[in-house]
Every structure is written in structure tokens, then in C-alpha cells.
Design a protein around this ligand. Structure first.
Ligand SMILES: *Cc1c(COP(=O)(O)O)cnc(C)c1O
Length: 346
């Protein structure tokens, strides 16, 4: 399978040349459930090469950076941008510099970026501080390309998520539900639907309660949530996100960390394992259903990142389910488990 640059070349509009690609995109759109007159589809963005949707934008941003003569890329990151930038820079054989907030990036995402050879700079403060510092300092360094979602090529690449949804369903869905951190992805989907189909579905942007500047209408100086990928208090793309939500008569909603964990568990029990930020979108969908705001038609929930990227939340599940037995006890233990299975079946 080709990557998004090849698949949607004329829509992306990069000049001809070598594409830096890992065959990202073309992710599954799973029919999850039917609720009344609504069909719920889940877009599994965790199946991209580095396990998040960031790869759609990164292939385009790094390809463009290289074409413009950049010698290295840099980003501020809550983890997934770093992992993706590191992988695509490695593919392009140029260095990636990643600036991360101290103690705030999961071990798994750090491992990914390190494995691909990224150089880490850890700074005091949160993601918003890191992005601000990076934006300030890159201005004077022409050979260094900024690959955060403030780079319009990132947004252009991420539009391909919307193109794929339209191609797969044959038309735009009635509504799109996705998690919002720096608000680049919701802006990209809106722009993608508008450009590719001329129709903007209702856009529902879901934030974690402790990091919900777009719900509350003002910046949050110290955002807090266990969903580290959306722990952002000052979204860089808030203007375009607000515009998309207002124009489509959608909404920004917040969900608690408790709701996020419950949603993560519900998806996992249906065979789909996502990281907490992505589960926030599903928690948002459950809230919309509860409030009778699902009006029918196709509803697409964008599940942005894979569950294996965040080992901190499932530890509770692992600890609770570990029972050590001797080999001789296995028969009896299986017998107990069959009892449980029969109990569940009835
Ligand atoms: C980056 C990210 C988000 C938030 O996307 P924004 O474009 O920053 O709003 C949500 N979920 C995951 C898994 C992410 O990596």
C-alpha cells in the first residue's frame, strides 16, 4: 500500500520529488455499532506506522522540509509528535530534535523516539511552554524545520484522514467526534472535508475536563489529565477549531478522567485498544448519546493513538488480574474460569 502523499497527490499539492513515506494512512474504518438510526464507525489511527495519526502530517511536513533544504527537524511534543518526527527524520536520514516537558511523556513514546535516534531536550514546564520556546528559537535557524501542527504541511497531510472517511463511506458522515489537544487535527479534518467533499459534518471536539480551554473559553495555565496527548492548555490552532465547530453546529465537550478510563475499557472489551486521549473521543460519543444529541446517519469517531503507547493506565488491569498458580493447579483454575465464562454467557 502506498502512503498518503502517493494516494492523494493532487489534493496535497506538494511539488514533485521524492516522498519520505512509511506507507502511513489507509487505516481501518470499523463499523462498531448501530444505535437507532445511527451507525457508529471507528477510525483506527493507532494503526499508522508509529501508532498515531501524526504520521499523516509528518510524511508531508518532512518531505516538504527536505525539499526546502532543511538539514534537521524539530518539534515540541507530548510524545506522539516526537515519535513520528523521529521516525520520518530517520527515514529521511536527517536528525530530529524533540523538546519535551519534563516528566510528562510516556515511557513508550520516549522509547519510540529514542529508538529512531531522536535527540531529546527536556525542558521545565508543560507542553505549551515547550512549544512557545521552540517557536521562538527556530525563527533564526533557517536549516531547522519546525514540524509541529503549526506547520501548514502537517495540517495538509492530516486532511487525508477526512478524504479516507469520505472515500470509504461514499460521502461525508453526519458527524465526526475526535479528541482535541493543540486543535490541529480537528482543523485538518474540517479543512479536509470542506476541500474534498464541499460538506462539513457536525464536528465534536472532546477535551479532558482538566485540560479543556476550548470548552471553558479561556487558556488553562496548568492543564491536568491522565490523557497526556491532550494535556494542553493553550491550543495553537484554537481559532480554526472554533470556527469549524461553530460553522458545523457541533460542540466542544469535556469528559472526566474517570469517563476516559471507562471508555478505554469499553473499547478494549470490544477488541480495540487505544490510548487515553483517544478514549476521550469515545467517552464524548457516549455523552452525546446520553444527551440525545445523536441524530442518525453515520457517526465517525477518530481513535487517534494505539493503546500500547501508554503503559501507565493498564497497569491497574494487569495488577488486578495476575494470579500465580503451580502447574498442578491449572486444571482446577481452568474449571473456575469456565464457570466464569458460562456465567458471562447467561
Ligand atoms: C496529538 C494527539 C491528539 C491531539 O491532536 P491535536 O491535533 O493536538 O488536537 C489526540 N490524540 C492523540 C493520540 C494524539 O497523539
Amino acid at each position: 500500500m502506498s502512503g498518503v502523499i502517493e494516494r492523494y497527490h493532487s489534493w496535497i499539492g506538494l511539488p514533485e520529488g521524492r516522498a519520505i513515506s512509511l506507507s502511513e494512512g489507509s487505516t481501518p474504518l470499523v463499523h462498531w455499532d448501530s444505535w437507532g438510526h445511527s451507525n457508529i464507525f471507528l477510525k483506527l489511527e493507532g494503526l499508522n506506522p508509529t501508532g498515531s495519526f501524526k504520521d499523516r502530517g509528518m510524511t508531508v511536513a518532512v518531505t516538504n522540509a527536505l525539499a526546502e533544504g532543511a538539514k534537521a527537524v524539530i518539534c515540541a511534543s507530548t510524545g506522539n509528535t516526537a515519535a513520528s518526527a523521529a521516525a520520518y527524520a530517520a527515514r529521511a536520514r536527517i536528525p530530529a530534535l524533540v523538546v519535551v516537558p519534563q516528566g510528562r511523556v510516556t515511557k513508550e513514546k520516549t522509547l519510540q523516539a529514542l529508538a529512531h535516534g531522536a535527540r531529546f531536550l527536556t525542558i521545565e514546564g508543560n507542553f505549551d511552554d515547550a512549544l512557545h520556546a521552540v517557536r521562538q528559537s527556530v525563527q533564526s535557524i533557517p536549516w531547522l524545520a519546525l514540524v509541529n501542527s503549526v506547520n501548514p504541511w502537517r495540517i495538509r497531510g492530516q486532511e487525508t484522514g477526512a478524504y479516507e472517511v469520505v472515500d470509504e463511506l461514499g460521502r461525508p458522515p453526519e458527524a465526526l467526534v475526535l479528541p482535541v489537544g493543540n486543535a490541529g487535527n480537528i482543523s485538518a479534518y474540517a479543512q479536509g472535508f470542506r476541500r474534498y467533499s464541499g460538506i462539513l459534518p457536525k464536528m465534536f471536539g472532546i477535551q479532558a475536563a482538566g485540560a479543556s480551554p476550548l470548552v471553558q473559553g479561556h487558556d488553562i495555565p496548568n492543564p491536568e489529565t491522565l490523557a497526556s496527548a491532550i494535556r494542553i492548555g493553550k491550543p495553537a490552532s484554537s481559532a480554526s477549531a472554533k470556527e469549524a465547530v461553530a460553522q458545523s453546529q457541533g460542540a466542544f465537550l469535556s469528559v472526566s478522567d474517570e469517563d476516559i478510563l471507562a471508555a478505554q475499557k469499553e473499547l478494549a472489551h470490544g477488541g480495540i485498544f487505544v490510548e487515553p486521549a483517544s478514549a476521550a473521543a469515545y467517552a464524548g460519543l457516549l455523552r452525546l448519546r446520553q444527551d440525545n444529541r445523536i441524530a442518525g446517519g453515520n457517526i465517525v469517531v477518530v481513535l487517534t493513538g494505539h493503546g500500547l503507547k501508554d503503559g501507565s493506565t493498564p497497569n491497574a488491569w494487569i495488577d488486578a488480574s495476575t494470579r500465580l498458580i503451580s502447574a498442578g493447579e491449572l486444571g482446577e483454575a481452568l474449571h473456575d474460569m469456565i464457570g466464569v465464562a458460562q456465567h458471562v454467557a447467561h
